[in-house]
Write a protein that binds this ligand. Structure first.
Ligand SMILES: Nc1ncnc2c1ncn2[C@@H]1O[C@H](COP(=O)(O)OP(=O)(O)OP(=O)(O)O)[C@@H](O)[C@H]1O
Length: 262
């Protein structure tokens, strides 16, 4: 990007902020002298599905850590819904604001059924015993039923989570996050280790979820990213290298050189 394009007049910055669910601007973070994020700026609109790609070490995980309050930036702004400064909040506050994060490995309650996993997720910290034995409100029931269908596990509702395939466990964990009705969902490499058909179904699932919530997905699997059919941000050395539709960024010689051409 040219220097001229880098200059953001105040009015332009303001209008970008006004329309964003996530506003990351000029974020840098250094670990022991190594700059993991370097003046990183990108914006996500409400209801948007966004894929983040980039080579190993590009800063994708660090970026998620900054958004969720696990890591503090040295400089830069991170705003949720244009006004809440996430750099001042801790991880629990940020989760309570409505930002859900799905880590790469599924962490479901293996010895409970699919249905009970969703029930536990909407229990609001009641504890396992109380959560499983309290009377479900009709709103909770509807929410669980709707989520079971969304995550394609309606027919597995009485199955122990331990008996699910790896892909189904990932979907269940996404469902558990949906029970909290997050406005922004961050998903880290969801299809690693999935079968081809599970990968395809996961793209459909995330596209469905993005009709209701904003979703940011970090992934290396290009077929999957193509299926997401969304805007793609390419990170490299802690900055945005390119942004646009996958077809567009795949043709960018810089992207081919540092990532896709390998
Ligand atoms: N806590 C830390 N201390 C020191 N260096 C770190 C720390 N966290 C990340 N890094 C370094 O910052 C850089 C960016 O790492 P990050 O994990 O964000 O990249 P990534 O794009 O998620 O890579 P991958 O695709 O391999 O997961 C890497 O060089 C990594 O070694």
């Amino acid at each position: 990007m040219s220097e001229a394009m880098d200059i953001k007049p105040d009015a332009q910055v303001k209008s970008a902020r006004a329309e964003t669910i996530l506003y990351v601007d000029g974020v840098s973070v250094t670990f022991d002298g190594f700059r993991a994020l370097n003046n990183l700026s990108f914006y996500v609109e409400p209801g948007e599905l966004r894929a983040i790609i980039g080579p190993n070490g590009a800063g994708k995980t660090t970026m998620m850590d900054i958004i969720t309050g696990k890591t503090r930036p040295d400089t830069g702004d991170v705003l949720f819904k244009s006004e809440t400064d996430l750099t001042k909040l801790d991880e629990a506050d940020i989760a309570n604001l409505g930002i859900g994060r799905k880590f790469q490995k599924p962490t479901v309650f293996e010895s409970h059924t699919v249905f009970d996993n969703l029930l536990l997720a909407c229990s609001g910290g009641r504890g396992v015993f109380k959560a499983l034995f309290h009377r479900l409100s009709s709103a909770e029931k509807i929410k669980i039923e709707k989520t079971l269908i969304t995550i394609m596990l309606d027919e597995k509702r009485d199955e122990l989570a331990a008996n699910l395939s790896h892909g189904q466990k990932q979907w269940l964990e996404i469902g558990m996050l949906l029970m909290q009705e997050p406005e922004l969902l961050l998903v880290d490499e969801p299809v690693a280790g999935m079968t081809d058909s599970e990968t395809e179904e996961t793209a459909k699932l995330l596209r469905t979820i993005a009709k209701e919530y904003s979703v940011v997905v970090v992934e290396h699997d290009m077929e999957f990213v193509r299926d997401l059919d969304c805007k793609v941000t390419v990170l490299h050395e802690g900055s945005v290298l390119a942004e646009g539709r996958l077809d567009h960024v795949q043709k960018d010689p810089r992207v081919i050189e540092v990532y896709l051409g390998r």
